[in-house]
Design a protein around this ligand. Structure first.
Ligand code: SAM
Length: 209
């Protein structure tokens, strides 16, 4: 699949790796202003390493749920337009603020993604909703935030099976989450992220009529 504009494969000394152009955030290798994007530390990076079509072209407006310390969302902000980053835990959010400092298009929101009413007044309609919250109720979070997604927008979701139920068969968990998602989204594609992230499923979906 083609990479979004602003994401390239570059050699940092051990073969071609995904990279974006911007200031480093998590001690990743850098060269000529570019920074390596590690798919083992990023579900979206892992999605770009599979053949799933994320539909990302670069320059999109993004709402990112579960920003943590900014590892992935900082790469997103390097190639996207306005990037709203929601994280509810204060500790990682401190590092997120640091990642946002040199990135004027990265807007950190210390908010609970289960309560979108608390940031409706800040977030504009977005082209892409990216979700990596790794918490119970992942479908509910995606459904609650569908309101921000343009009609022709896309949801890029990483489902972590163990966050829903540590004891259940991951495939059964994925089926349940996907079924719940279909109450507000049409599923376009799914792909296992097993190569990089154990028991994770990547989902591309569009808001349904
Ligand atoms: N996406 C990050 C990255 O690749 O850099 C890693 C995210 S980590 C797997 C999941 C994050 O989601 C945690 O930082 C957690 O605090 C956050 N999270 C979980 N539930 C949340 C919620 N309801 N609202 C906001 N953040 C949430």
């Amino acid at each position: 699949m083609s990479l979004p504009k602003g994401v390239q494969r570059r050699d940092f000394g051990d073969g071609e790796r995904l990279a974006t152009e911007g200031p480093p955030v998590y001690g990743e290798p850098t060269a000529d202003g570019w920074r390596q994007w590690d798919p083992r530390r990023s579900k979206l990076g892992a999605m770009l390493e599979t053949d799933i079509d994320t539909g990302l072209v670069g320059g999109e407006t993004v709402l990112y749920l579960g920003a943590a310390a900014g590892t992935t969302v900082s790469h997103v902000a390097d190639f996207a337009g306005p990037t709203y980053a929601v994280e509810f835990a204060a500790r990682p959010a401190r590092d997120l603020l640091t990642a946002a400092e040199p990135r004027p298009n990265l807007i950190p929101l210390l908010k609970d993604a289960r309560k979108p009413d608390t940031y409706t007044h800040v977030v504009e309609p977005v082209d892409v909703l990216i979700q990596d919250v790794a918490t119970r109720g992942q479908a509910k979070v995606a459904l609650a935030n569908r309101r921000f997604l343009r009609d022709d927008g896309r949801l890029l979701l990483a489902i972590k099976a163990r966050s829903e139920d540590v004891t259940a068969d991951p495939d059964a968990v994925f089926d349940d989450v996907l079924e719940e998602l279909t109450t507000g989204y049409d599923i376009v594609e799914t792909r296992s992220l097993e190569r990089f992230h154990e028991d994770h499923l990547a989902v591309v979906a569009e808001p349904s009529g």
